[in-house]
Design a protein around this ligand. Structure first.
Ligand code: NI
Length: 177
């Protein structure tokens, strides 16, 4: 095991960097030390940045891993507080027919918020950091984080998902500030 106290936050790459536009590769060996170290790096980096999620491509590693760490915030006071969870080789198995629009931001798109349509609920599968396969159902805010982070593994950012560029706001002008 790695000692997380010794790990420094990684640099979060920004919109325009080519890695954010790549389709990331599946993780071949989840329990290998290099994968475990990557997960530790991501955990330290997302905590340092105060985010609710981060994907490996955001620290310039093109592999299919992301962290979800929902916590209550102004916009989602009822958002569940979840232990930071590593999600590896994720897939959406099925999704609700209905979508809902809500605000998103991204550590790789600083100072911008967007009103993004997402499926309200999704059935997913993924592997955890021990390599155990999970089948889970998510709705609301957690489903939104999952879809946002999964997009990062496919080279997509939330600015690609807004229906209109008029749904993009500077944080300065954001109505929910
Ligand atoms: Ni993001």
């Amino acid at each position: 095991m790695t000692n997380s106290i010794s790990i420094k936050p990684s640099k979060v790459i920004q919109l325009g960097h080519s890695t954010l536009r790549k389709v990331a590769a599946p993780v071949e060996n989840i329990t290998h030390n290099t994968t475990q170290q990557l997960i530790e790096n991501m955990l330290v980096t997302v905590k340092n940045a105060g985010g609710v999620g981060i994907a490996a491509p955001q620290i310039n590693v093109s592999q299919r891993i992301f962290i979800m760490c929902s916590k209550p915030n102004n916009r989602y006071p009822d958002a569940p507080l979840m232990e930071p969870t590593a999600i590896i080789n994720p897939k959406i198995l099925s999704k609700s027919t209905d979508t809902e629009k809500d605000w998103e931001g991204c550590l790789s798109v600083p100072a911008i918020r967007g009103l993004v349509p997402r499926y309200r609920s999704i059935q997913v599968e993924y592997y955890d950091k021990e390599g155990v396969k999970h089948n889970s159902h998510y709705s609301g805010f957690i489903a939104r984080i999952f879809q946002h982070e999964l997009d990062h593994l496919d080279g997509i950012t939330f600015v690609d998902r807004v229906e209109s560029t008029r749904d993009l706001f500077s944080e300065e002008e954001w109505p929910n500030k």
